[in-house]
Design a protein around this ligand. Sequence first.
Ligand code: MG
Length: 158
Amino acid sequence: MTRVGIGYDSHRFIEGRPLVLGGLTIPHGRGLAGHSDADAVAHALTDAILGAAGAGNIGQLFPDDDPQWKDADSMELLRTAHELVRGRGFVVAQADLTVITELPKLGPHLGAMGVALAQRLGLAAGSVNVKAKTNEGMGFIGRGEGLAVIAVALLEAR
Ligand code: MG
């Protein structure tokens, strides 16, 4: 049996924070605003995995008004969500993500991001694919106000 889930996340760029995506700190003048480390890649994938299992969403599991998750390592939240889903008899078979941002150019980091995500989920390298594209200058992403991530995860019964 397989199940599929989709996840979406967006965060605003702000000064004075590191840019953390897929567990990697990426050189850039600005980071992302958020209660946790604001890793939108980890957040979108977490929601895709939870959605596929019918296990709610990241905000229910890790409320952003709970001091426990202040500056949290979102890759650890991702791992925790996968553990929850494993407990329900599923494991991630494969995931695919698209990061939508004008800057920075993420091409050089995408391979390492996929490896980091697969590693944190305890999956074989190559199980998680990360792509990037711009929004062609349109909207809040086009103006460089923030970025967005879309993720799809396929779960298999264990
Ligand atoms: Mg988020």
